[in-house]
Design a protein around this ligand. Structure first.
Ligand SMILES: Cc1cc2nc3c(=O)[nH]c(=O)nc-3n(C[C@H](O)[C@H](O)[C@H](O)COP(=O)(O)OP(=O)(O)OC[C@H]3O[C@@H](n4cnc5c(N)ncnc54)[C@H](O)[C@@H]3O)c2cc1C
Length: 251
């Protein structure tokens, strides 16, 4: 964004409402569906890490926020990772009845949970569940920039089946020395690391003062990881968070 650009002008430039069509959908884990949404007319210009609001074209359901899980593409495709929440009206629709060819309304982008355009420091990304979505978009941005600095991911999953994108991340790790993807399991045995991120982090890192830490997922995970990162020396201005709060009903 150029200096001196007023907020109203910025909004006009980047905030859009657009109709998208479901191009693909697949279960990435027992709890998480990946949706691929293709723009019907207008694309949405976003930065990796930002989120959009999604609702049904008949406005029967309230809009809900979902982080975009990919870096921007020429065709305007948006990938979303949606956790199936029991009794959740919108996540239930997105992970259930919504099928290939159906339309959804998307608005956005929103949020400031983003990497700088030029990555300046090593990054540590901490995520649980669909909190991986904005961090995957950032990892794609870093990959496109050739990983100028180390980019480490620690992903928290209940069991091996819940680990997202493991095969793709193994490939990246082999191809790019600065990239590292580790998972920790919270409710299953297996290869270490095992346990919640706050317990595991001190066994992997002695000092986080030189890293930018990005944390996304359920509010409890974000709060606990923030505390853990700070106690390992992460500087306050270098800890960035996106908590997936439940959106309130519009009134
Ligand atoms: C900035 C932002 C980004 C987000 N990005 C994503 C994303 O990328 N992927 C994603 O899946 N969600 C994301 N969310 C959460 C999403 O907006 C919805 O809150 C969620 O999908 C539930 O909506 P719902 O209408 O199905 O259920 P709601 O009516 O919101 O909730 C139904 C019940 O389930 C509880 N609940 C809500 N979420 C969960 C959960 N995850 N686990 C257990 N219980 C829950 C609620 O407290 C409530 O009791 C994000 C939220 C924010 C604020």
């Amino acid at each position: 964004m150029s200096a001196g650009f007023g907020i109203a002008q910025q909004r006009r430039r980047i905030v859009r409402d657009a109709e998208f069509i479901v191009r693909a959908r697949s279960w990435l884990s027992p709890a998480i569906v990946q949706l691929e949404l293709a723009p019907l007319h207008a694309r949405i210009a976003f930065r990796p890490g930002q989120y959009v609001q999604v609702c049904d074209p008949a406005y029967r359901l309230p809009p809900r926020s979902y982080s975009v899980a990919n870096a921007p593409r020429a065709d305007g495709l948006l990938q979303l990772l949606v956790t199936a929440v029991p009794e959740g009206p919108v996540s239930g629709w997105l992970t259930g009845a919504l099928g290939i060819g159906d339309r959804v309304l998307v608005s956005g982008p929103y949020g400031t949970f983003t990497l700088p355009p030029q990555i300046e420091r090593p990054v540590l990304a901490l995520a649980g569940g669909s909190g991986w979505a904005p961090l995957r978009a950032m990892a794609e941005q870093a990959e496109q920039a050739g990983f100028p600095h180390p980019f480490h991911v620690l992903f928290s999953a209940r069991a091996e089946d819940d680990v997202l994108d493991a095969a793709q991340m193994r490939q990246w790790q082999q191809a790019h020395r600065p990239f590292r993807y580790q998972r920790t399991l919270t409710r299953a045995s297996g290869q270490p690391p095992l346990g919640r991120i706050p317990q595991v982090l001190p066994t992997l890192y002695a000092d986080l003062s030189g890293m930018d830490v990005y944390i996304a997922g359920p509010p409890g995970l974000v709060a606990a990881c923030t505390q853990a990162a700070r106690s390992l020396g992460a500087r306050p201005g270098h800890v960035h968070t996106e908590a997936f709060y439940s959106d309130p009903e519009p009134w």
